[in-house]
Design a protein around this ligand. Sequence first.
Ligand code: PLP
Length: 358
Amino acid sequence: MRKWNFCAGPAAISEDVLQEVKSELLEFKNSGASVMEISHRSEVYSSVAREAKSDLIEILNIPDNYEVLFLQGGATHQFSMVPYNFGHNTKEADYILSGTWSKKAIAEASKIIKVNTIATSEGKSFSYAPDYKDWSISDNAAYVHYCPNETIQGVAYHEIPNINKPLIADASSVILSEPLDVNKFSLIYAGAQKNIGPAGLTIVIIDRDFMEYGNPNIPNILKYSEHSLSESMLNTPPTFAWYMAGKVFKWIKDSGGLDYFKTQNHKKASKLYEFIDNSSFYSNNVDSVNRSIMNVPFLLANDDLDKTFLSEAEDNELLNLKGHRSVGGMRASIYNAMPLEGVEELIKFMEHFESSYG
Ligand SMILES: *Cc1c(COP(=O)(O)O)cnc(C)c1O
């Protein structure tokens, strides 16, 4: 039996999507085989790939001067692909350090180029996101990299930085949660396993002019322009993950698009934060302007109760609420596939737990 799944990633996928995939699993569109057993260059699969791409372009309203790539290697691979492609001219770039994932991006980029960490909230345990108006951007920076939603700390930028340098975002845990003005970015990347579909696929949205600035002297597998020339089929792509992402895009469209999810996601998050703020037993210490609508970390007043909380939550069909090992406590990831009802069930349980142990 399926339960409410608050996992940060790989995360919940809509049951409608899973049912549809199940119904097509043994034989896909009279092809005599499963979609994972056919050539990525076949006619049948090509239309799956094309349709997923055009649906994503439609949902996010991606302008014509952007390329959309379906790659592998996760967001982590982008940590090095970005500096390999764009660090070769000035050999430096600016990074914002606002949580665990941007820290990892900085560590990887530092092996390839000079990284200027121009703003950080590390001294305050990543409890806020440094305001972009205070970023002092370096003259020689090839680009500015930031993470709009830090999945582990639950810290988010709710405004797109307005700067005069190419802006690059690790949007892994926030993409498709609401409409996005793609025009403001030179490159957006996102691992699929949070809000798009199964692990194994990474989406890259890149300004075509920016892409042409890329370093020509790197291996093809690292080169955005080469992936673009081959329509993301430089080598065998993760065909099944791509197919499933396409199903999720259709589900988003049928549900009412990103405007619908924006409303739903804000409703879910504000209910949960409101409950936490009104309780003296639970707490969230992220600055209210930077609270994530996708990942809601919270602490119990007494961490001796953490284990009990988690096991009783599971008994109540609420799964994967354990916070990341680096920060402890709890975390509820409430991506698109988590309905409002799941959040209401969580709040009910939290209320009950507090009345028993608080
Ligand atoms: C999950 C996550 C990553 C890591 O993704 P992988 O696909 O495992 O490499 C990077 N950045 C953010 C913001 C994430 O949420």
